[in-house]
Design a protein around this ligand. Structure first.
Ligand code: URA
Length: 209
């Protein structure tokens, strides 16, 4: 299923709080991370388990479940993706972080990479790409292209709010990559903001402007 809109009551409640115009930077950051945690929970439901024998509390051997050695990299897209990173790492503390930064060339309108630093053995990792807003989808598609060029085969996208235009662009370019979002909003306005959206997520996370 390429698009997964997470209807869990806690997700919807926290997203509702996040949309409040007068929210403080502190609260916005906390909620963005909490939603990052909840989306991670949803996006990892198919992770495989293996049996593992351990010493139980009374000295007997017991068999418990452990994650089956899955290697994960979290890929925040600068800068707003950083606002979900701690929340994702809360559930996946051993994950390596691969950072990507892109800007849009105003002449060609194409995304240009200005920073990339990928975790080792990236081709063997499950990549969780995080960005609060999936707007036009241009930077997301460029990031997914990069990850596939590096050999990544298991990629998942986690966003707080998605626009139909961005979902269409990502699913057309990468129909194999699932998107997990707290909301599929109405549309993009002329300035490229998602409506109703959250406003500029980067500014809200970093307290700028
Ligand atoms: N980036 C944002 O921060 N907000 C939007 O609405 C669209 C892109």
């Amino acid at each position: 299923m390429p698009l997964n809109v997470i209807k869990h009551p806690l997700v919807q409640h926290k997203l509702g709080l996040l949309r409040e115009a007068k929210l403080s930077t502190k609260s916005f950051r906390e909620l963005a991370n909490e939603l990052g945690t909840l989306l991670t929970y949803e996006a990892t439901q198919d992770f495989k388990l293996e049996d593992c024998e351990i010493d139980g509390w009374d000295g007997t051997k017991i068999t418990v479940k452990r994650l089956a050695g899955k290697k994960v990299t979290v890929v925040p897209i600068l800068r707003a993706g950083i606002g979900m990173l701690d929340g994702v790492l809360e559930l996946l503390p051993g994950a390596k972080v691969s950072v990507v930064g892109l800007y849009r060339n105003e002449q060609t309108l194409e995304p240009v990479t200005y920073f990339e630093k990928f975790a080792g053995e990236i081709d063997q990792r499950t990549a969780l790409v995080i960005d609060p807003m999936l707007a036009t989808g241009g930077t997301m598609v460029a990031t997914l292209d990069m990850l596939k060029e590096k050999g990544c085969r298991d990629i998942r996208v986690l966003v707080l709010v998605a626009a139909p235009e961005g979902v269409e662009r990502v699913t057309s370019a990468h129909p194999d990559i699932p998107i997990y979002t707290a909301a599929l909003d109405d549309h993009l306005n002329e300035q490229g903001y998602i409506v109703p959206g959250l406003g500029d997520a980067g500014d809200k996370i970093f307290g700028t402007r």
